[in-house]
Ligand binder design. Structure first.
Ligand code: DHB
Ligand code: FE
Length: 298
């Protein structure tokens, strides 16, 4: 059986890809941002070793534009090339897909009433390649297969956080019904607080971001209810990318434990956030009599 063994949240700030590709990660201005991924890179290489990553990300007008705006799209192709984002494509390995699992997930999601767009050919931009770089560093080939799951958070209206969480739950059902023995991770990317344009450009909200990171640990259902307007007001126009982290969190089930966490500001105009979570069995239910007693004792 395929199983989801961990979830990762990670910003996808493009300058980190540029800095990595140009050998500048040890420069004092960038070093603290990269140092926070040392734990994860070792863990990925030596312990976690996922066979497949379902990589929830958003495209930034590299594969889609105003002509086509899928709300949720799943990559079922054999491979995906790094996109040319204006300076030529990044010189990182081609991303290998896992068509068998991807088609299985697409079928399971659609029959579970999530109307996914199916993509067989596309290039992938910093939204997908920067998190891979942060988790694996310099490699000749990416050590895992990747199923890209693209979410529209660029053009209004993006999906609600609640819907994203429910999609994560449906992804977990899909993975659990795939017969091959595969170690699968789900990554939620983008964020954290940032606004790239307009009078509020450069907005960063450490308190809000850290409350969001806190909320992902343990029982996190309250995060489903954060309205779009709160992301926009508190975390800037691009902070809405964080709804994608809720797909990852929804896929991990009711309860999670934390393995690693990193927060650093600023990188470019953006807050950098990173978390590694593992799914935990349900917290043991408190018997009704005892919970009444606890309530009364408050
Ligand atoms: C930048 C772009 C992004 O897509 C993002 O999520 C964060 C930062 C940037 O251009 O700095
Ligand atoms: Fe982005």
């Amino acid at each position: 059986m395929a199983r989801i063994t961990a979830g990762i949240g990670c910003s996808h700030i493009p300058v980190l890809g540029f800095v990595h590709d140009h050998g500048r990660t040890a420069e004092p201005i960038f070093k603290p941002a990269f140092d926070g991924f040392d734990w994860t890179r070792r863990w990925m290489r030596e312990e976690a070793k996922p066979d497949v990553v379902i990589l929830v990300y958003n495209d930034h007008a590299s594969a889609f534009d105003m002509k086509v705006i899928p709300t949720f799209a799943i990559g079922c192709g054999e491979s995906y090339k790094p996109a040319d984002e204006g300076f030529g494509p990044r010189q990182v390995p081609v991303v290998e897909g896992h068509p068998d699992l991807a088609w299985h997930i697409a079928q399971s999601l659609i029959l579970d009433e999530f109307d996914m767009t199916i993509i067989n050919e596309m290039d992938v931009d910093h939204g997908l390649t920067v998190p891979l770089t942060m988790m694996y560093g310099e490699v000749d080939a990416w050590p895992c297969k990747v199923i890209p799951l693209a979410v529209n958070v660029v053009t209004y209206p993006p999906p609600s956080g609640n819907r994203c969480w429910a999609l994560g739950e449906a992804i977990a059902r899909a993975v659990a019904s795939f017969p091959e023995d595969l170690n699968v991770q789900v990554w939620g990317t983008g964020g954290m607080s940032h606004q790239l344009q307009g009078p509020r450009a450069g907005l960063i909200n450490r308190e809000w971001d850290n409350r969001f990171l806190d909320g992902l640990i343990g029982e996190s259902r309250h995060l489903r209810q954060i309205p779009h307007v709160e992301y926009l007001r508190e975390t800037g126009s691009e902070g809405i990318e964080m709804v994608m982290w809720l797909i990852m969190r929804g896929a991990l089930g009711d309860n999670t434990g934390i393995l690693h966490r990193h927060y650093h500001v600023p990188v470019s105009n953006t807050a950098l956030g990173h978390i590694v979570l593992e799914p935990l069995a349900k917290a043991s239910a408190i018997p009704a009599e005892l919970s009444d007693e606890l309530e009364a004792a408050k």
